[in-house]
Design a protein around this ligand. Structure first.
Ligand code: HEC
Ligand code: HEC
Length: 213
């Protein structure tokens, strides 16, 4: 169980008061459903097809194949389905805010959120042109020292640790600054502590490095 899932479960138990301690939160049930779909070839194909039907609107910004159309918009291609699914929960319950995404997350049903996460996770991330080679070179050792332990040596991520390779540098910078400004009382993301250790020049360097990965 991730820390945020644990937090959700605790909040739910407190809200319910008398709920038995073994009760799982809706998010945990959904994660189990998602894992079961990913492990079963025919269910995964059905979910992928259903997801494809529902992403027409998303494609305007994130691309039909999950490669984003603008540098301030994240790629969804090859992102882990558990991570994608969890971000809908965060936009939906206010731990993460963006006008469009928060509205959309509340409008999607549970099965739509699962199917869309499955669909985008199966897309291929196109290599993105690296930029600012000197900055990127300065970012590499920073990434290895402070980030690779969670996001992986190839920045490929795992489960709810997002893939970062090939994300636009502009989006990475915005995301790190968003974590710096997030109130740790409202959100238990490990990125809040990580981002607060980084100066502006570290952020530009690590972002330039990741775009070219
Ligand atoms: C108008 C443009 C737009 C549309 C349409 C849109 N998104 Fe987004 N999406 C964004 C932006 C911008 C962000 C980054 C928000 C932020 O700053 O946190 C984002 C973030 C996300 C994230 C988090 C990704 C990450 O790496 O953390 C997911 C998942 C996502 N969108 C899925 C969707 C899905 C699914 C749809 C369709 C139902 C959709 N989006 C439609 C602009 C859009
Ligand atoms: C302790 C593990 C851990 C470490 C160390 C870590 N991260 Fe993360 N990172 C995460 C997790 C977990 C998330 C998902 C956060 C969430 O959902 O709130 C994340 C999310 C992110 C995101 C948002 C991705 C997106 O698509 O929106 C960026 C950017 C990021 N990390 C960059 C970094 C960088 C750069 C470093 C090193 C300076 C780093 N991380 C170190 C665990 C870690």
């Amino acid at each position: 169980m991730t820390r945020s899932n644990l937090f959700n479960s605790l909040a739910l138990l407190l809200a319910l008061g008398t709920a038995p301690l073994v009760q799982a939160s809706p998010t945990d049930d959904a994660m189990l459903q998602l894992d079961a779909i990913m492990a079963d070839e025919s269910r995964r194909q059905a979910s992928y097809a259903a997801g494809h039907e529902r992403i027409r609107f998303c494609g305007y910004c994130h691309g039909e194949d999950g490669n984003s159309k603008r540098d301030y918009i994240p790629n969804l291609a090859a992102q882990h389905p558990q991570y994608l699914f969890e971000q809908f929960e965060k936009f939906g319950d206010g731990r993460r805010e963006d006008h469009v995404m928060s509205t959309l997350a509340k409008a999607l049903s549970l099965s739509e959120r699962i199917d869309i996460a499955v669909y985008y996770s199966q897309q291929t991330a196109n290599p993105r042109q690296g930029h600012a080679p000197a900055l990127a070179a300065a970012g590499e050792p920073l990434y290895e020292r402070h980030c690779s332990v969670c996001h992986g040596n190839e920045a490929q991520g795992v489960r709810d640790m997002p893939r970062l390779a090939g994300q636009p540098a502009q989006y990475i910078e915005m995301a790190l600054k968003r974590f710096q400004q997030t109130d740790p009382q409202q959100n238990d993301s490990p990125m809040i502590g990580v981002a607060r250790m980084l100066g502006d020049s570290d952020i530009s360097a690590v972002a330039a490095y990741l775009q070219g990965r």
